[in-house]
Design a protein around this ligand. Structure first.
Ligand code: CA
Length: 189
């Protein structure tokens, strides 16, 4: 009698757990690759993330580091070495027609050190080929901040073929980027 009662409770618990697991498909729903910055490309940089800067002398360093991480062992460190307008890390991803009209959330954790007033900026944009359709960005965030979560939302416009997420550093200082994800969010009510 006692055993069967325990078995019943156990079975009920298992049902609850599997229901929770179904609701949250966890990491598979992240549309970004290597959002944790744990994987390195053959040049030692962050796999799947591009780096670029405003035209001119090379003024930024982009390093996958192990002395700072929000999750796992590594994060991407973006540091300005000389005066320059912006340096950027970005990831682009293709969008299929069934994604149109859905709202996506770009979440990223950033830590900053001695960043000037023009700050760093977080971007989420939708394009059709090379034509920019829509773009949302954060405020300019300067100063020193421990790991902080930032999130942007965008409803994918008609004709979108490509989404891009990016973080730019637009003043002096250094930032660390980790745990980036792009997910289809529940409709904003
Ligand atoms: Ca990490």
């Amino acid at each position: 009698m006692k055993m069967s009662a325990i078995a019943f409770v156990f079975a009920a618990l298992m049902t609850t757990f599997s229901a929770i697991a179904k609701e949250k498909p966890a990491t598979e729903s992240n549309l970004l690759k290597n959002g944790q910055f744990e994987n390195l490309n053959d040049r030692g940089g962050a796999e799947n993330w591009t780096k670029s800067q405003h035209a001119g002398v090379r003024a930024y360093r982009f390093d996958v580091v192990e002395d700072q991480a929000h999750g796992g062992k590594r994060s991407l460190n973006l540091r300005r070495l000389k005066q320059q307008v912006w340096g950027m890390t970005e990831q682009q991803l293709p969008v299929t027609a069934d994604m149109v009209g859905k709202t996506v959330e770009f979440e990223v954790w950033v830590r900053s050190e001695k960043v000037g007033k023009k700050g760093f900026v977080i971007w989420l944009s939708a394009s059709s080929g090379s034509l920019l359709l829509q773009s949302v960005k954060s405020d300019r965030i300067g100063g020193d901040h421990d790991w902080t979560r930032y999130a942007l939302h965008l409803e994918i416009p008609e004709f979108t073929t490509r989404l891009a997420v990016a973080v730019t550093l637009e003043d002096e200082g250094a930032i660390w980027i980790d745990d980036a994800s792009l997910r289809v969010a529940d409709p904003v009510r």
